[in-house]
Ligand binder design. Structure first.
Ligand SMILES: O=P(O)(O)OC[C@H]1O[C@H](O[C@H]2O[C@H](CO)[C@@H](O)[C@H](O)[C@H]2O)[C@H](O)[C@@H](O)[C@@H]1O
Ligand SMILES: O=c1ccn([C@@H]2O[C@H](COP(=O)(O)OP(=O)(O)O)[C@@H](O)[C@H]2O)c(=O)[nH]1
Length: 462
């Protein structure tokens, strides 16, 4: 295979462990092929003034065998491309939240402008045998822009978030243009079978696409393969992290502090898609319905700050803080607070320790592309005495993790009952469920995902 070129909104230095499993997995392929990783530099610059760096400046940096190429964005472009169309329009609609979408069409121009800018900057860096892998909703039209500039390389796209049903997709201003742009790719990867069904139904109904069999669709004079490639984690990397000083320290301290309590944990970005208020209400219901948990069950909820200048994110923060305050006020004792809410990002190297000490993990998004925390929790458990995963049936991960306790996160009572069942679950049942789950996440880990996607891309006709 030729050199692999990865394009994504954010980049991470694949040599740094803090970068996470995805960056490590992509980094391995990039390293092996002497590849290129292209994306936004993370810097916002004011419009260029005589000689100062301006919008679109390209930075090149060597990270081992991998070349990192990044572009700065002007404030206007960042606001309309990232905060605007990506996170005020695509993110809510793709997560089934039409009520939170901002249908103001003005964001679309900036989204197109940045995709064109990326294509212009990337094009001169490409070689004819490069295989290009574009990631996520920020960059859906990138292949169409590259094709318009004459790029004939194999180009694949992976969508990390859900693809909603056709009726919801059609609520997007410019949905025809956006979905047509997917046909500029040779391969489109989605997280779940449900997502691929939504794609098939949409393109047949709205774009008159022909289904050619074996996941191939033809429309707009192009053929694209669309298949599910559920993303996994690097189980061994996470286990190695668990052996590290920070993870062990976290585990020991927490175990000692909470020796008389049973810990429940939640680890999420503070995103409305993660179902945090519903989760806190379910925990409140647990305390109301099963009083034996008073002075015993403690929920540690990490809510890591994200996209704070988008209104919907500020609103969810206020709602969550109000709820946590209420439940601690109603149920707290001098020596016991039911909820410990932490509005900070916890360093990745501490997470395995936190996961291992959690008797129960609450992973209850209202909608999620995959949810890697669910898989990380399983990887961090002691197989001899594992904790229990309570998982939303609306997370992409639920298609694979059938031995978790699956819940409807909107059903507060049902979720409270599942938490109680998790807290009461006998050791043998915990072990049996955990060993099946561990087998699944090992079989379909991040290395499988990367290989499966790139092999499928290599097999597409040019
Ligand atoms: O870059 P941000 O705007 O700060 O957001 C962080 C990332 O969030 C999203 O993650 C998704 O990808 C995960 C891995 O495939 C998946 O498990 C999860 O369900 C998705 O929500 C987003 O898609 C990324 O692009 C962001 O970088
Ligand atoms: O304080 C935090 C919260 C989350 N994470 C990591 O961020 C990723 C979140 O991925 P997930 O698929 O669960 O959801 P996303 O945030 O991508 O929607 C996981 O690897 C977490 O371990 C972290 O390192 N620190």
């Amino acid at each position: 295979m030729g050199r692999v070129v990865v394009v994504s909104n954010r980049l991470a230095d694949p040599r740094k462990p803090a970068a996470g499993g995805l960056a490590v997995a992509l980094g391995e392929t990039l390293n092996a092929t002497g590849g290129l990783w292209f994306g936004w530099s993370g810097k916002i610059v004011e419009a260029s003034e005589g000689g100062t760096p301006g919008e679109g400046e390209l930075h090149l940096q060597q990270a081992g065998n991998v070349k990192l190429a990044t572009v700065d964005l002007s404030r206007d472009d960042h606001d309309s491309y990232y905060l605007g169309y990506s996170n005020r329009v695509l993110w809510p609609v793709f997560h089934y939240r039409l009520d939170l979408a901002d249908f103001n069409t003005s964001h679309l121009a900036g989204y197109r402008r940045v995709n064109q800018l990326f294509a212009r900057k990337l094009m001169p860096l490409l070689r004819s045998d490069d295989v290009i892998w574009v990631h996520d909703y920020h960059l859906i039209p990138l292949a169409a822009e590259l094709r318009a500039m004459g790029c004939a390389n194999r180009i694949g796209f992976f969508l990390h978030i859900p693809l909603p049903p056709p009726l919801m997709l059609a609520a997007l201003p410019g949905h025809e243009w956006l979905i047509r742009a997917l046909f500029a790719y040779d391969l489109v990867g989605l997280q779940s079978e449900a997502d691929t069904m939504h794609f098939a139904r949409y393109v047949q109904a709205e774009a008159g696409a022909e289904e050619l069999g074996n996941d191939h669709y033809r429309a707009f004079n192009r053929t694209v393969r669309v298949s599910a490639f559920p993303i996994g984690i690097d189980v061994d990397e996470f286990s190695r992290l668990a052996e590290g000083k920070e993870a062990r320290e976290t585990y020991e301290t927490m175990r000692e502090q909470y020796s008389r309590r049973r810990l429940l944990i939640g680890i999420d970005r503070l995103d409305y898609s993660k179902g945090l208020p519903q989760r806190i209400r379910a925990f409140q219901e647990l305390l109301a319905s099963y009083p034996e948990n008073h002075r015993s069950a403690t929920l540690i909820q990490i809510a890591s700050p994200t996209r704070e200048s988008v209104d919907a994110y500020a609103d969810i923060r206020h709602e969550l803080e109000h709820l946590c305050g209420q439940i601690n006020g109603d149920y707290g004792e001098l020596d016991w607070m039911p909820v410990r809410y932490i509005h900070r990002t916890v360093a990745r190297k501490r997470l395995p320790g936190l996961c291992r000490v959690g008797r129960v993990a609450l992973v209850t998004p209202l909608r999620d592309g995959m949810n890697l925390v669910a898989k990380e929790y399983i990887a961090a458990q002691d197989p001899a005495d594992p904790g229990v995963l309570v998982l939303s049936r609306f997370a992409g991960a639920a298609e694979q993790l059938r031995e978790a306790l699956l819940v409807n996160p909107y059903d507060v009572q049902g979720t409270a009952q599942a938490i109680q069942q998790a807290l009461q679950m006998p050791l043998e049942e915990r072990q049996a469920r955990h060993s099946k789950l561990l087998e699944r996440i090992r079989l379909h880990d991040v290395h499988w995902w990367r290989r499966a996607f790139l092999d499928a891309l290599a097999q597409t006709p040019t």
